[in-house]
Design a protein around this ligand. Sequence first.
Ligand code: ADP
Ligand code: ZN
Length: 722
Amino acid sequence: MTPPDQIRVLLPLPLAEPFTYRTGEAGPLVPGDIVEVPIGNRVSLGVVWDGNPEPLPLAKVKAVLRRCEAPPISPALRKLVDWVAGYTLNPTGAVLKMCLPEPRALVEPPPMRQILRSGKTIEMRASAQRDRVLQIVAERPGLSPPELAEAAAVSPAVVRKLVELGALQADQVPAFRPPPPDWRRDGRALNATQAEAAAGLRAAVAARDFSVTLLEGVTGAGKTEVYYEAVAEALRAGRQVLVLLPEIALTQQSLDRFEQRFGAPAWAWHSEMAEGRRAATLRAIGHGEAKVVIGARSALFLPYADLGLIIVDEEHDASYKQEEGVIYNARDMAVVRAKLESIAVILASATPSLESLHNVARRRYAHAVLPERHGAATLPRIDIVDLRKERLPAQRFISASLQAAIRETMENGEQAMLFLNRRGYAPLTLCGACGHRLQCPNCAAWLVEHKRHGRLQCHHCGHQQRLPDTCPSCGAEDRFKACGPGVERLAEEAAMLFPEARLAVMASDTANSPQQIGEMLTRMENREIDILVGTQIVAKGHHFPLLTLVGVIDADLGLAGGDPRAAERTHQLLTQVSGRAGRADHPGRVLLQSFLPEHPVIAALSRHDNAGFIAAEMAERQRAGMPPFGRLAAIILSGADQAQVQQVARDLARVAPHGPGLTVLGPAPAPLHYLRGRFRERLLLKAVREIDVPAVLREWLSKIRLPSAVKRAVDVDPYSFL
Ligand code: ADP
Ligand code: ZN
């Protein structure tokens, strides 16, 4: 029996189990309470956890320092933490850390922002500067002292002096406090199919019970308009809504659109936010003040006061997979959270994942379908440029057909987009004299030339260097040749072919903040750009009324290699990109440049045969026992000493689980067998659906003690096979 004043406290640190503490002066405490505890010689925040503590000798048990004035962590979120830790084989504390990304934010008072208003009239020496300041305060109340000084073009000292004299009064107000969104506002008048889908979603939200609906609709069908109805329903019930987006790039556009629809801003959540803003947002989420949060995958684990609905937009997107630290898929964990919270979740996509479609087929998910673009808009025509027949000149990447189509588009005063999923200038640089390829010193990867920065970069570890003057292998001077295209090089070619066109390049390294991306999109919308060259960052979600031509430079790019999801992913990506072309009165056209026109993915795209592709791919997955019909888990071992890593991998393989419905493949060097200075070996576990994969993994991994120099990562339901 543990003494009644002993409790378990989980710390947001990579520790598997909660620690035992005495309630001490802080008691009584209940699970979910946020507390401060001593750990080593530090003080940490922790959460009182469920379950009975390990009985410990009294002398060893430290006391909780204090209970924090913060909303407690709900039972559903505590269960989610335990569940995710168990499923992904991560320490519970590491998962808790994702719930409390700014631990202090919840327990400290909100920062205040000083604003100024004019005080009583007082006698003072008038000056042009002072007059200007007072006039601006009268015209534009609510400025902070630095803003006011800037607006009046005076030094901060002038403003300070006015405050001192009492001519200005300083008020403290919370930094960001938008009005709540207004669910009473009408959205767009929905067409019949949209209305039917919206009614289903509204009912799912109103049911206050767990449900999953796959909202499937071609790009431009109005999925967003439809799920806004579900948002309105949740807001009507006074509850919070989380909208997950796969890319930060989409946030600004999504925030703008939300504000137009509901008359007040939503709260953003993503990794690029300033610390203060994150803290304020976390607090608003915890206190239920943030009614709608639009965010990246990490927003899923935040401590919402009363979550009523989760929407996962572009649910098929691989960016929902977090590949580092706690490896999880936010789409899947959103479903788990919805289940634990007994709420509705909506998965929206034009190209749903096979997993979600399979769950629809098994009747576990409801299905709302919007088969057509809204209004008069039709889907673009998709043509293949067969690069085997239409040969490209050396070091050129835009075919004559595509060139002609771009010319026609320019002549019509419309816009074109060239899509190539490769950042930088050239993916490979080699020595023209000896053929030596410039490689990253830390990874088994080529260095990518980025002309914009005048540097070579490794896209895996971030290593950067200048282009050397001489070849490190043969010493030849100035003989380096760029091989293959990246978006920068493609833009160079487009500029040469269309010198009069206004061109812009958009990739995650040219536009990486929501603001920058927002600006680029606005320029595109305002027709300040004729040709937009971009990576997958341009593929998703944006609507450009005058974009009528999409040229896919290398449709085969994603199909190479042994990635079991290659076909599905390429199909999704190219469907997304194609969906950018054409709107109501400007029908669109897509040209896919390919060396593999007969490949099922390319052929299906050109016929708009989505269903046919899905059916064929499903059959293939079923035959191979691959997801969604079977389960996969990967174990990646890495270390600086290759022989040691290989030895551990072999040892692990020797004690691999076996039995009906279980296969272990490997060990084999990972495709990226050297990364950030570490050699990598992979093992892949394949199992039938009925098998509890995390349990099997736990049992298996417990048999081997890893040397400390070898790191292990477990990837349940892998998306990336690098
Ligand atoms: P999706 O999310 O399926 O790509 P959106 O919801 O973004 O589609 O809609 C595509 C475009 O069509 C948007 O500009 C949207 O405002 C417009 N639209 C969709 N449905 C309607 C409607 N019922 N009435 C007016 N405009 C609509
Ligand atoms: Zn590298």
